[in-house]
Design a binder for this molecule. Sequence first.
Ligand code: NAD
Length: 341
Amino acid sequence: MAKTYSVAVLKGDGIGPEVTEAAVKVLEAIQDTSNLKLNFLYGEAGYHCIPEYGTNLPEVTVALLKKTDACVKGPMTTPEEPGAPVSAAVKIRKKFNLYANVRPCRSYPNVDALRSDIDLVVVRENTEGMYSGVEYKVSPGVSVAMRIITQKASSLVAEYAFKLAEKRRKHLTYVHKANILRVTDGVFNDAVKAAAKNHPDVTVDDVHIDAMAMHLVKKPETYDVIVTTNLFGDVISDEAAQVTGSLGLAAGANIGDSYGMFEPVHGSAPKYTGMNRVNPTATIMAVQMMMDYLGEKEAAAKIENAVMQVLKEGKVRTKDLGGSSTTSEMSDAIASKVKAL
Ligand code: NAD
């Protein structure tokens, strides 16, 4: 009997619908070629729902997510005015305690990267830090944001990162700014050092965030697993994505103890909405991570191989990779490869 999964699909805003449809097309190809049944449950979330629901994450969508095994999420536009709804992605991460944001960055075949041998994963704490959402004006011209760092959340993400390092090259780098943020990064660093005691086979070192920004350009191939707090992780994972070729290739998993949400690292790129020109690979690699999370290793390997082959052949390439193919041509090529494997 076919193994069945319920998968929530939140298309998001801007280029979100195009890239999530591309990823669903690849999942349908997986379904057609394996003994898997995927029930897609479509939900509303993002900027476009605010006029109708008064929020970017309606309760009906939260209820839908609770019924599913995992979620594919397109990027969503986040309004920047004070008082506007906070990011739907941040809300989902907190609501489901998806404490580890896992963002692999590696050199791909036939893609211009700073080096051809980059293979690192940024593991970003995903529920607190500068994203705690506690920010206010103290007096005219003076405002404060709370960078909340707890031992509990830091330990959870550190443990996740060590377990990942154990499955990889057994090297973990923790990134911080404890020379300035002594109290908050003190808590984070202590949690990492405590977790290190449970994983003596992993080599550990640490780098300040400003130095890390430089090292990612200078010697990115020397890193394996990088673990850090929320904002630092957001910034360096975008940097690492560009160092390996394009933000259009970088996928992210948001992992908790009982749920996972999978999305591209990039945002909703509103200026490209509906143009069928952006690279869908980041979202396709996000669903590859979802299949791996669901324990469907063969399906995950098939998607990865299909992406690698399409990139290696170089016949179908979106504009960010120096080609002229459309979003749908790229996803058709990857879906066809999945069927051929
Ligand atoms: P962005 O990632 O949307 O776009 C920055 C640039 O990256 C684009 O102009 C484009 O040149 C390139 N790019 C992004 N995706 C690409 C793709 N698939 N293929 C090729 N090139 C691609 O970042 P932004 O402009 O800072 O943010 C736009 C909106 O997205 C904002 O409202 C922001 O809050 C939101 N955002 C959402 C998420 C999320 O939902 N998780 C993440 C980041 C940003």
